[in-house]
Design a protein. Structure first.
Lengths: 278, 119
């Protein structure tokens, strides 16, 4: 097969850049067609022939021929690295429904974060509960009662903070990544991260320990109602509390970090590294 | 092997413009399009030919081009054609290109009669 090595190299580079399998197959198929056309063009004495490529199928001095083939193809079609890099860039620049539709972006980055975050918290607390049951950390009415030690109290509080912050950080990262994929909508990603961070700031968790076995309680609350003044006051109070400040900064920081990494690619105009000028 | 230079940044967006322009004339398959670009630019711009396909795929994903497998010259090929959205984009891009080119031409000649260009 003509140019097989070159095509294999392109395929490897494309896979390394984690392009979808379907996209890789399509690109390789079209490059293969292109290569065949170039060969045919040479055979028929076309004006822009691939140099030294006709002998690729020759069994003699195959290594040298292969080397020449690689060089001549790389000159004309571009090196596998350049093509794969261009393909990766162009793939990132594709406009999806999110980047085309203002409404889709609004729904995804403004309306979706809070319900998604609530579900995330619900899932996290249920998972934690399940783990506690599995490992026997919940008093089942049998066996000795565990003493309330400062370490235990501290451990529970740390766990609660993790249960609040981990889903929020995950969602901030997910929305940041989604905004990265829909390059033109990175500002929407920033809005989503801000919403997630603010929601995390107003979450309240309390752990109440009781001397009566099985009566310990954990409360998780999110204020859903309230005047603008109430929300404002709650938000500023949150900023004054170091733990809550961490609850805001961690998800927001992670989200912004991902967006920042993507901003260069999002704002830059079209690139085509394999385009050259004489 | 001749080492090729990477294009300067100011050529960004040129392949897209050329592709849309040439496909606005008639539908073409990849190899045919590359040859058309060579001819149309009098080989002043030389593409790494393989880089055309990712751009074609992206333009198609953006709804600016449509493609279909067709038998051309006895072979099954992917033929690209411009969509109405692509034609609109082409019109905008050409207008922008003319303004930019005019502004640069003016600047090089020491004339500053061109209005501001917002890309």
């Amino acid at each position: 097969m003509r140019g097989r090595l070159w095509l294999e190299a392109v395929e490897r580079e494309l896979i390394q850049r984690r392009l979808p399998r379907q996209e890789v197959a399509r690109l390789v198929a079209e490059l293969s067609d292109h290569l065949t056309d170039a060969m045919d063009s040479r055979s028929s004495g076309g004006p822009s022939a691939v140099q030294d490529t006709a002998s690729i199928d020759s069994p003699f001095d195959l290594t040298e021929e292969q080397r020449n083939m690689q060089k001549s193809i790389a000159v004309r079609l571009g090196s596998p690295t350049d093509i794969a890099e261009t393909a990766a860039q162009e793939f990132r620049r594709r406009r999806t429904l999110l980047s085309r539709s203002w409404l889709a972006a609004f729904c995804t980055f403004v309306l979706l974060p809070l319900p998604a975050l609530l579900l995330g918290w619900l899932a996290a607390f249920q998972a934690a509960r399940l783990v506690c049951y599995i490992f026997g950390w919940v008093y089942s009415g049998e066996g000795p009662v565990r003493a309330i030690t400062p370490l235990r109290v501290f451990g529970v509080h740390v766990l609660l903070v993790i249960l609040v912050v981990a889903p929020a950080t995950t969602f901030a990262a997910l929305f940041g990544r989604l905004a990265k994929k829909t390059a033109h909508r990175w500002r929407w990603g920033l809005v989503a991260c801000l919403l997630v961070a603010m929601a995390t700031a107003v979450v309240t968790t309390t752990a109440t320990f009781s001397d009566t076995p099985g009566k310990d309680q954990i409360h998780f609350s999110i204020p859903l109602y309230g005047s603008a003044r109430y929300w404002k006051s709650l938000f500023w109070k949150s900023l004054a509390n170091p733990t809550r400040l961490g609850q805001i900064l961690l998800p927001f920081g992670v989200g912004v970090l991902i967006l920042r990494r993507s901003a260069g690619g999002a704002i830059q105009p079209a690139t085509c590294q394999a385009l050259s000028s004489r | 092997m001749t080492r090729k230079r990477t294009n300067p940044d100011f050529l960004n967006g040129v392949p897209e413009l050329l592709i849309l322009h040439l496909l606005s004339g008639r539908a073409m398959y990849g190899y045919e399009l590359v040859q058309a670009i060579r001819l149309a630019t009098n080989e002043t711009l030389e593409f790494g030919e393989g880089c055309v396909y990712p751009i074609l795929h992206r333009l198609q994903a953006d709804g600016l081009l449509a493609s279909r497998r067709e038998i051309v010259g006895g072979r099954n090929r992917v033929v690209y054609r411009i969509t109405p959205g692509g034609a609109r984009r082409l019109k905008e891009s050409v207008a922008l290109w003319r303004r930019v080119a005019g502004a640069i031409q003016g600047a090089l000649q020491g004339v500053t009669d061109a209005g501001p260009v917002v890309a």
